[in-house]
Design a protein around this ligand. Structure first.
Ligand SMILES: C[S@@+](CC[C@H](N)C(=O)[O-])C[C@H]1O[C@@H](n2cnc3c(N)ncnc32)[C@H](O)[C@@H]1O
Length: 261
C-alpha cells in the first residue's frame, strides 16, 4: 500500500505512543490475564510499538504487516528498546500461509482492518485470524466509529501538534469509502504535504455479522481502552473483543463484559 511506504518515516511522529501506552497497557494486561494469554500476534503491527510493549510486559509477541517500510521501522524501534521480536511481512488475508503456529491473542488495531474495502476481503482476513488463534483465543479489533462518522460527516480532526510539525486529518466522504487525507504541515520549513489513504466505512453491525459468520463468539464492545461501553452515537472509536470458541454470543452486542470470563 503506497500510503504506508511513503508515510512510514512519519508514522511515529503522528502518533503519541507515550500517551497511547498509558491509556492502553492496563487494558491489555487485564484482558490477557483474564484469558490466560501468553502468546500474541499483532497482525497489522505497523512500526511495531505494540509488539515491543507486549514483549516488555512479558508476553511472547510477534508482528506482521503488509508494508515493508513499516516493518523496517518496527525492527529499528525494537532494537532501540532492546528487544528482538519476530516481524513477518504478511497480508492479514494470508496469515496461515506465513505462520505455522497459533496464538492466544491476535490484535488488529489502529483502524487497520477497514483498509479492506469489501465484505469478501474482510471475511477472508477475519477467517485467517480465527484460524491462527488457539481455542478460546481472543481477538482485539480497534477502528473508528464509522456509524458516527457517516452520520455526522465530520471532516476535520487534529491529530498531533509538535513544535515544528502539525498533523491533521481531512476526510472526504464517498458512497462506499472514506478517504483520509493526512495533512503534514512542517511549520519551520513552511511546507506541507498531503498523504491519502482509503477506508471502508465499516459499520458496527456489519463487522459483528462478519465476525459471527467466521465463528467468533462473545462480542464485547468498548469505546476506549478503559473498558467504557461503546455508544454508536457518541463514541469516537469502536473496540471489539471476541473469542474463538463455543461460548454463545450475547444478543445485545452493546452490552460489554458479558461473556469473556
Ligand atoms: C494505521 S496503521 C496502524 C498501525 C498500528 N497497528 C497502530 O495501531 O498504530 C495501519 C497498518 O495496517 C497495515 N495494513 C493495511 N492493510 C493491510 C493488510 N491487508 N494486511 C496487513 N497489514 C495491513 C498497514 O501497512 C499499516 O501498518
Amino acid at each position: 500500500m503506497r500510503f504506508y511506504e511513503e508515510f512510514a518515516e512519519k508514522y511515529d511522529r503522528l502518533v503519541s505512543w507515550e500517551n497511547r501506552f498509558k491509556r492502553e497497557s492496563g487494558f491489555y494486561q487485564k484482558l490477557f490475564s483474564e484469558n490466560k494469554v501468553r502468546t500474541v500476534l499483532d497482525c497489522a503491527c505497523g512500526t511495531g510499538q505494540h509488539v515491543i510493549m507486549f514483549n516488555q510486559m512479558g508476553y511472547k509477541a510477534k508482528g506482521s504487516d503488509l508494508s515493508p517500510a513499516m516493518l523496517r521501522k518496527a525492527k529499528i524501534n525494537s532494537k532501540a528498546h532492546g528487544v528482538n521480536p519476530e516481524f513477518i511481512i504478511s497480508d492479514f488475508r494470508d496469515l496461515t500461509r506465513n505462520f505455522d503456529e497459533k496464538f492466544d491473542a491476535i490484535i488488529c488495531v489502529g483502524n487497520s482492518l477497514p483498509h479492506l474495502l469489501s465484505d469478501k476481503d474482510l471475511t477472508k482476513a477475519l477467517r485467517e485470524m480465527y484460524r491462527l488463534l488457539n481455542n478460546n483465543g481472543i481477538l482485539v479489533l480497534q477502528q473508528r466509529n464509522y456509524d458516527r462518522l457517516v452520520k455526522t460527516q465530520m471532516r476535520f480532526f487534529p491529530v498531533s501538534m509538535r513544535e515544528d510539525e502539525v498533523f491533521f486529518y481531512v476526510l472526504d466522504y464517498f458512497p462506499k469509502k472514506i478517504v483520509f487525507n493526512v495533512v503534514d504541515l512542517e511549520t519551520k520549513a513552511k511546507a506541507f504535504k498531503v498523504y491519502s489513504t482509503e477506508y471502508n466505512p465499516l459499520r458496527k453491525d456489519n463487522l459483528i455479522k462478519l465476525l459471527r459468520k467466521v465463528g467468533f463468539r462473545g462480542m464485547n464492545l468498548y469505546e476506549d481502552f478503559q473498558f467504557k461501553k461503546y455508544d454508536t452515537d457518541e463514541s469516537d472509536d469502536l473496540i471489539v473483543v471476541c473469542k474463538k470458541g463455543t461460548v454463545k454470543s450475547s444478543v445485545d452486542d452493546n452490552a460489554p463484559n458479558d461473556i469473556l470470563a
